[in-house]
Design a protein around this ligand. Structure first.
Ligand code: ASP
Ligand code: MG
Length: 420
């Protein structure tokens, strides 16, 4: 059996949903588990609903939610005839769940409400698409993934309970898959043991699909995207970027680590652990080969370039000329962990420690004031980190020409440069 994942951009309009149905007709054979995201920018719109609600602006929250409702009803009405009424009834149940909550007053943490509201985007999209596929003769069974993916209650960043979820997959998904060619469900969401909805972190549906592939022992996972393939650089930043027909898990995990926006970083581990190949394919032209990501070795790769903008350099130095040793660095890493700060680049010197991280102003403020208790702190903003894997001197020269190099680190296959 196979797992297919379709992201928000692949289902953001009537035409794109019809396109998805064509892909299912052409490319689906045997049993397939299909994971779908919320349509287009629905998750962002629902975030606004949760924010208004939490700020005590009930009317605004209800008004914003009404817009999301109407969009989905409009798409359902356009796509469906015989299946419209049943789908509308299902959508209205989901709407009521959210509206019921929006009429309350917030008494718990924001993240809890965020998840209760935001999870509905994937419920809406999958309800409509499942009905549409059934109506066009592509037989499938819709499932609520919250009955399957059990998570902890770390709202907005929930972790999956693997043992329980594996058991649910065996008990609930496997029997349905033997009766239907396609089981269709949501990515990105789950539920706690108290049936509270949770989300796994933004863009998390690649990861959901990989977890299903792992637990079902799938032959492959295909992620359908709006790019022709995984590229060696972001074509918006580097117009000369080229497609990479073949990658391995190791390369992809490195690329994701350095900030390439290819695939959600958590996606690879569940696939690697079972040796399941991952295809990245273009939903706009399914005949293109895309990228195959596997467990094996690779032919030589071209330089792979990742440019991260909006980086901040934090320079921490000792006040009295004492060395920055294990104790200071230990204290700093303790702060990073506490504040959920991920250093993208670090360097230790005699009396200073340099750390480059994403510009999350609030967190950096907290770090600076905590570190100021034992070190001098200086912050420099608006920098970029350039990472080149499989580099050669010419390409590095070309990429940094005319820029100020503030820091440079390299290994045999990767160079990282902080640019001013
Ligand atoms: N809908 C969610 C988001 O936009 C999850 C996903 O699409 O992967 O982040
Ligand atoms: Mg967590």
């Amino acid at each position: 059996m196979k797992v297919f994942k379709f992201g928000g951009a692949s289902v953001n309009s009537v035409e794109r949903i019809q396109n998805l149905a064509r892909i299912m007709l052409e490319k689906q054979e045997g049993k397939t588990m299909v994971i779908i995201s919320a349509m287009g920018k629905t998750t962002n719109a629902l975030e606004k609903v949760a924010e208004a609600f939490y700020a005590g602006k009930k009317e605004e929250a209800l008004g914003l939610f009404e817009q999301v409702k109407q969009q989905h009803l409009g798409i359902a009405k356009y796509l469906l005839v015989t299946h419209y009424l049943a789908c509308e009834a299902q959508l209205r149940d989901f709407f009521t769940e959210v509206e019921w909550l929006l009429h309350d007053e917030p008494v718990r943490d924001f993240d809890y409400y965020y998840d209760q509201v935001v999870c509905s985007g994937e419920l809406f999209s999958t309800a409509i698409i499942s009905a549409y596929l059934n109506e066009t003769g592509i037989r499938n069974q819709w499932m609520d993934v919250r009955d399957i993916f059990r998570t902890d209650d770390d709202f907005r960043d929930a972790d999956i309970d693997w043992d329980f979820t594996r058991q649910m997959v065996q008990e609930q998904v496997v029997p349905v898959l033997s009766g239907y060619p396609i089981v269709l469900t949501q990515g990105f969401i789950g539920a706690t043991d108290e049936n509270e909805s949770t989300t796994l972190g933004r863009e998390g549906s690649d990861y959901s699909a990989a977890v299903f592939a792992n637990m079902l022992g799938a032959d492959s996972l295909t992620i359908w995207k709006d790019v022709v393939a995984v590229m060696n650089a972001d074509p918006k930043q580097f117009p000369d970027a080229v497609s990479l027909p073949e990658l391995n898990y190791n390369e992809v995990i490195e690329m994701a680590y350095y900030g390439a926006q290819v695939i959600h970083p958590k996606t690879i581990k569940p696939l690697q652990n079972k040796g399941i190949p991952l295809y990245v394919k273009c939903f706009l032209d399914p005949s293109l080969p895309g990228t195959l990501i596997h467990n094996g070795s690779l032919p030589p790769l071209p330089p792979v370039i990742v440019l991260k903008e909006k980086q901040v350099l934090i320079e921490l130095s000792s006040r009295d000329f004492s060395f920055i040793g294990e104790q200071h660095v230990g204290q700093l890493y303790h702060l990073f962990e506490k504040l959920h700060i991920k250093p993208n680049l670090t360097q230790n010197g005699a009396i200073s420690f340099l750390c480059v991280t994403d510009d999350k102003t609030e967190k950096i403020g907290k770090l600076a004031s905590a570190a100021a208790e034992f070190l001098d702190v200086q912050v420099k903003k608006e920098l970029s980190v350039l990472t080149v894997r499989h580099y050669n001197p010419e390409i590095v020269e070309q990429l940094i020409s005319g820029r100020t190099v503030l820091l440079r680190q390299q290994t045999a296959d990767t160079v990282q440069i902080l640019l001013g």
